[in-house]
Design a protein around this ligand. Structure first.
Ligand code: 5GP
Length: 221
């Protein structure tokens, strides 16, 4: 599989650079001083990370959002290359072996998910605000390889609300729900590992808070 992000308005330069051998190995910005800072959004299952990321995509097309590779099958309405790159186990193995993933993890003991490395490098080199929406295990891996990234924890207003959202979503079986709630309890305890916390009271508001964190600080200008 050739992982190439679907072109978005400010993505086109980055996509062209994939074609040059130099860019393939060491993506270098024409303006290294403008290299952007990666934002990593994580948080417990069912907190609404995907919904907040979708809201950022809707209201802020200037923000580049990574498309993960996964071995789980698509849900109705999900498109390859848009929601995920849906790959076979063999293809995922190949990506891992070739070092093509910035991080990867088995999520909910069910499927593998990973972030293709090259599109992230290209987006950062082009100076675009860039973000990943990944699970806690993945965020911890990025923390070791890219400690300069900004780690944002998305938190539910309460444990009861998290349970309500997980049950309300209705996309998982009872067994799967119990498994995800166990994971969520452990994940909630990880808040202290993050640079910033956003409480997801309301999706649009959470998305705006996230985008505000991507703005360069006055010292970066
Ligand atoms: P879903 O199957 O519901 O789309 O996602 C399940 C979980 O996988 C979510 O918690 C999501 O954040 C996580 N996830 C999605 N993409 C990645 C990725 O590239 N890496 C890691 N580590 N987790 C991911």
């Amino acid at each position: 599989m050739v992982v190439e992000q679907r072109p978005r308005p400010r993505d086109e330069v980055a996509t062209e650079r994939v074609e040059t051998p130099a860019a393939r190995t060491t993506p270098v910005s024409d303006h290294p001083e403008r290299r952007s800072r990666l934002v990593v959004l994580a948080g417990p299952t069912a907190v609404g990370k995907g919904t907040v990321a979708a809201e950022v995509r809707r209201c802020h097309p200037e923000v580049w959002i990574s498309v993960s590779a996964t071995t789980r099958p698509p849900r109705p309405g999900e498109e390859n290359g848009v929601h995920y790159w849906f790959v076979s186990d063999e293809e995922f193995d190949r990506m891992v072996e070739h070092g093509e993933l910035l991080e990867w993890a088995v999520v909910h003991k069910a499927a593998r998910y990973g972030t293709p490395r090259q599109p992230v490098d290209l987006a950062l080199a082009s100076g675009q605000p860039a973000m990943l929406e990944i699970d806690l295990q993945g965020a911890r891996q990025v923390r070791t390889t890219m400690p300069e990234a900004l780690f944002v924890f998305l938190k539910p207003p309460s444990w009861e609300e998290l349970v309500r959202r997980l049950v309300g979503r209705g996309t998982e079986s009872e067994e799967e729900r119990v498994r995800r709630l166990e994971t969520a309890r452990e994940e909630l305890a990880a808040e202290g590992e993050f640079d910033e916390t956003i409480v997801n009271h309301e999706v649009h508001d959470a998305a705006e808070q996230l985008v505000a964190l991507m703005a360069p600080s006055p010292t970066d200008l």
